[in-house]
Ligand binder design. Structure first.
Ligand code: MF3
Ligand code: CO
Length: 247
């Protein structure tokens, strides 16, 4: 069952999205060589609680932190640690927050200091995947229209589309129906309705689409060691398009 949010719920979804934007306002200026991912997570957690919100990731299936912080070949679910960011790396910061009962979910991939042109292009194309995908979202469209646009954008640029992880519906829970894959065929899949909320999150690699999970049970990396980028926002489907709630 795919929840359709009513007007009062949409107000709360917007408020959660706005709060999450404020959290990313704290993250961006901190990204620099030498910062540990645990220090970054602590600042994120502090900001989330100062907004009167909570971090649903913490404790979710035993996940130990508020944020997922994933460096270079780590695609998603990097666990904050004493690992320091280093010049030339790319780091994806994935944060979910819950405010007044409603969740918002977003991810940004940042450059640490100066990065290669290749990595910058990966980040840029991953953002473009998101925008080309959400450009297809509106009531009456099919989810596959957006999924296909994401896949085409990545593959035409020569990149891999991670298959093992997907976006999702979002609302009272951070994960609701439907699953939002980053590949698909136009005209197929869920028929979208105004009031549905989705976390759309292309996870794109410079090489293979294949991933493996570390022994910690979370850290998800590319099998070929190629770097990956991730761009995610929470969006609300409307009659004539969509509203991006987290940017
Ligand atoms: N933003 C991630 C997602 O969309 C959140 C994962 S939270 C974790 O699934 F607890 F599973 F790490
Ligand atoms: Co998500």
């Amino acid at each position: 069952m795919i929840p359709v949010k009513n007007a009062a719920e949409i107000v709360k979804m917007r408020e959660a999205g706005k709060a999450l934007k404020e959290v990313f306002g704290v993250v961006a200026p901190l990204i620099a060589p030498g910062l540990t991912t645990m220090e970054l997570n602590a600042e994120i957690e502090k900001k989330i609680s100062s907004l009167g919100a909570t971090a649903p990731c913490k404790g979710y299936m035993g996940y130990p932190a508020a944020a997922c912080i994933s460096i270079d070949d780590v695609v998603v679910h990097g666990i904050p640690s004493l690992r320091r960011l280093a010049e030339g790396e790319i780091v994806s910061v994935d944060i979910v927050l819950k405010l007044n009962g409603y969740c918002a979910d977003a991810t940004r991939t940042y450059a640490v200091g100066k990065i290669s042109e290749e990595k910058q292009r990966l980040i840029d194309v991953t953002r473009r995947c998101f925008y080309n995908g959400v450009a297809k979202l509106r009531a009456g469209a099919r989810l596959g229209d957006a999924q296909s646009a994401i896949q085409m954008t990545a593959e035409l640029a020569g990149y891999g589309v991670v298959r093992a992880m997907a976006g999702h519906g979002i609302g009272r829970s951070m994960h609701e129906d439907p699953s939002v894959e980053n590949y698909g065929r136009p005209g197929t899949g869920v028929l979208l309705k105004a009031g549905m909320c989705l976390a759309v999150e292309p996870m794109i690699t410079m090489g293979t689409w294949k991933v493996k999970i570390d022994d910690d049970g979370w850290t998800c990396r590319t099998t070929d060691g190629s770097p990956a980028a991730h761009y995610e926002n929470t969006v609300l489907i409307t009659s004539d398009g969509c509203e991006i709630l987290t940017e």
